[in-house]
Design a protein around this ligand. Structure first.
Ligand SMILES: [Zn+2]
Length: 259
């Protein structure tokens, strides 16, 4: 997280994520008044960076194809949101796959163990589900791994996710371009994208084909693909000026701010 400590990360994120914007392909969801944990739809608009995210991770062959594609673009870093059952299942079929991806600089976030809507779970059940998922991740990586982001199944924002984010220090991660579709359509949407866009993809044939189609254009046009942690770190830095004051609100983390 750059120079931000985890404590700062949590402190800052609780006060800075005010700029909620609507997604392009799903109906705009109002910023739920009860949702108090950090929630992000896009990162800093000032940097020529996007975060590609790949949900579910059901298909081993498409994961392997994407790994090969990413190997051709070593400067591109992406974030995976696998379900826990597939963390274990893909590891069985291709031992070391998750470790390889993490070692290459890609990131992993939570997407529930069995792709259940967090909104229908009680907070206690969601905490158990997260811990089960995290146990699977620890198992496949062979080490502890700090998880920062949750992508809710079905993109549903809920009270339970709010509690989960607060209890486990997670940032709820939606997206500004997503929904999938024909590669030509997805490519055009990304080509019209802005700095800070969060792209939602899934590990499926169509979205793999979209990646194959758009990656060369992104490289030629000097776009950086960064992990969610990098995108979020940019976002927090933009919100906090050099004095550590939250620009715009005058709220200080550590000292009195002068506007
Ligand atoms: Zn999903």
């Amino acid at each position: 997280m750059g120079s931000f400590s985890r404590r700062d990360f949590l402190k800052i994120s609780s006060i800075t994520l005010l700029g909620i914007s609507a997604s392009k392909f799903i109906p705009a969801q109002e910023d739920e008044p009860y949702f108090t944990a950090p929630l992000i739809w896009n990162g800093s608009r000032k940097l020529k960076r996007m975060a590609f995210t790949y949900d579910d991770c059901y298909l081993l062959n498409k994961m392997q194809d994407l790994e090969v594609l990413l190997n051709e673009y070593p400067e591109f870093k992406v974030t995976f949101f696998p379900v826990g059952s597939k963390l274990l299942n893909l590891e069985e079929q291709d031992p070391g796959i998750w470790k390889r991806l993490v070692e290459k600089g890609h990131e992993i976030g939570y997407h529930t163990f069995d792709h259940v809507n967090l909104g229908v779970m009680s907070p206690a059940t969601a905490l158990m589900d997260y811990d089960k998922w995290h146990g699977a991740l620890t198992q496949v990586l062979g080490r502890e791994y700090n998880v920062h982001f949750v992508r809710p199944p079905y993109d549903i924002i809920s009270y339970t996710m709010d509690v989960l984010c607060q209890e486990r220090g997670l940032v709820a991660t939606l997206f500004s371009i997503g929904g999938g579709g024909e590669p030509d359509i997805v490519t055009r949407a990304i080509q019209r994208g802005k700095g800070g866009d969060i792209i939602q993809m899934h590990i499926r044939t169509q979205d793999y084909n979209s990646s194959v189609q758009v990656y060369p254009w992104l490289r030629e046009n000097n776009w950086e693909l960064v992990t969610m942690s990098t995108l979020y770190d940019d976002y927090l830095r933009e919100q906090a000026n050099s004095m550590g004051c939250d620009v715009g609100t005058g709220i200080s983390l550590t000292r009195t701010c002068v506007e």
